[in-house]
Design a protein around this ligand. Structure first.
Ligand code: SF4
Ligand code: FE
Length: 481
């Protein structure tokens, strides 16, 4: 069975890469205290896939090989697969309380499966077979794959071709007999460093004359010409401190990388789109749809952890019986389950593409993500309300442990029978999720991940079927008769 253990995964990413953080080259990145929690998070995916209890949700039977594979490498074969995907993401959000990074390549693969098929039908190319060969390797080796979409984009008001710097959008700078050379940068690259491979995609719809930007291809994350710069997150240097409690969620974390592709060679067998401009928008939209569905799972799972922390801190403060506290907790549940509802609904209403794979309902997936741009903010607001102001005025762990002053903090911050240290832990956890490192995973990513709010509104408008709605009322009122 091609399922890596967490330890095998860890060993497999121990490779030299060209990574920078704080202006310095990082060697042996897997030992770095700022990076390590993000690796622990990915290891959790591999761990759960080994467990009998989660087998049904974490693994699937590959339609390409017949083998049992990690669900993160599966091509959806039914609406049941789509539903299990969202449930799996909720589970992982619950277990890690952060972004677990493996969904981007998963969603890319499911979009490319149908887009490569349709390109071949139109152009008699062989992208679909190439993709299948590439993806069978991914499944058989249980590889983690990143998905590289977002370009730096330069001046947003002008097309890629007209940018003063032609590299503002990643493009093919040279076509060779055996492949292409690509140049550009991809930003907000979730889990790129922790991935074995990544699949590059265009970032927007393209037109005739923009063929060099219509490039999709697989690339090894340690390929020659790739430079990675580690993205900073709020309070990240707390991970460099002696104690670990000030971090909040000290076990797990997300990871975002700025990736530069400086003349990277891509061999023909890894090229999955090369100049077919009219398919760029299909790839962008299908990927975005799958990733917007994903948010109906992952952010809900993280929300579960935050709601749990809010309920617990209410107990520790002795106010859990108060009706307005209960009401706030109920509101958090209602918001969170509403997100889950649209994640499940867009999966249940999925449909089969001619390529044979299943895709989510595009309208509801976009509604799901649009809600995600709002509800986690409200849930975070309620969590801060319940936690109280101490989440941003509390002294450090070192003060708590100090022989000179620690006793004051233990005396004056004591509330109920619960040890003060546990109150401290919980407050830091809530701080971490609402305004610390994990707020990237829970808040800002809820806003901008899988496309900013306006991107969903455009899709909602396109998918809304206005004429059908107008006709409904015309029929009822006998208008036009
Ligand atoms: Fe997965 Fe959510 Fe992270 Fe995207 S933001 S990679 S969907 S966990
Ligand atoms: Fe994301």
């Amino acid at each position: 069975m091609p399922l890596k253990t967490p330890e095998e995964y860890l060993d497999s990413i121990k490779r030299p890469v060209n990574l920078y953080m704080f202006g310095k080259k990082v060697e042996n990145f897997w030992t770095h205290p700022i990076i390590r929690p993000s690796i622990n998070t990915v290891m959790k995916i591999y761990e759960l896939a080994q467990m009998e209890e989660y087998k049904d949700i974490m693994t699937a039977k590959s339609h390409l090989t017949g083998e049992i594979v990690n669900r993160f490498t599966h091509i959806h074969q039914s609406t049941d697969d789509l539903i299990k995907k969202v449930k799996m993401q909720r589970l992982l959000g619950q277990k890690t309380a952060c972004c677990f990074q493996r969904c981007v390549g998963f969603d890319t693969a499911n979009a490319l499966f149908s887009v490569t098929y349709e390109m071949d039908k139109k152009y008699d190319t062989d992208y679909h077979e190439r993709f299948k060969r590439y993806w069978i390797e991914v499944q058989n080796q249980d590889l983690m794959v990143g998905g590289a979409m977002t370009d730096t984009k330069g001046n947003r008001g002008i097309r890629p071709k007209d940018q003063p710097d032609p590299d503002a959008f990643l493009h093919a700078v040279e076509k060779r007999e055996d492949g292409v050379i690509i140049r550009g940068a991809k930003i907000h690259q979730t889990g790129f460093l922790n991935s074995h491979r990544a699949i590059i995609m265009p970032t927007l719809s393209l037109r005739e004359g923009e063929e060099e930007y219509a490039i999709s291809c697989g690339v090894d994350t340690n390929a020659e010409g790739i430079t990675m710069i580690y993205g900073r997150q709020s309070c990240d240097t707390r991970k460099l401190e002696e104690g670990k409690l000030d971090i909040g969620n000290f076990k797990y974390g997300g990871q975002e990388i700025f990736v530069i592709f400086d003349d990277v060679f891509i061999p023909n067998e890894n090229i999955l789109m090369n100049g077919e401009v009219e398919f760029a928008s299909e790839l962008v939209n299908r990927f975005a749809g799958f990733h917007r569905q994903s948010y109906g799972g992952c952010k809900v799972g993280v929300g579960d952890a935050l709601i749990g922390a809010s309920a617990l801190i209410s107990e520790y403060h002795g106010v859990d019986r108060s009706s307005h506290i209960k009401d706030k907790l109920v509101e958090m549940i209602q918001l969170n389950e509403t997100l889950f509802s649209s994640g499940i609904a867009c999966s249940a209403l999925g449909f089969q593409r001619p390529a044979g794979n299943y895709e989510m309902d595009m309208l509801i997936a976009n509604v799901c993500k649009q809600n995600v741009t709002r509800f986690p903010y409200e849930i975070a607001r309620l969590a801060e309300d319940l936690a109280g102001g101490l989440i941003c005025t509390m002294p450090s762990e070192e003060d708590f442990n100090s022989a000179d002053i620690g006793h004051y903090l233990r005396k004056y911050l004591d509330t109920t029978d619960e040890p003060v240290k546990n109150r401290f832990r919980l407050l830091r956890f809530i701080e971490n999720l609402t305004m610390g490192v994990a707020s990237v995973s829970y808040r800002t990513e809820s806003m901008h991940g899988a496309g900013s709010p306006q991107a969903q509104r455009i899709m909602i408008s396109r998918q809304a079927n206005w004429e059908e709605k107008k006709n409904l009322v015309k029929t009822i009122l006998d208008i036009d008769k």
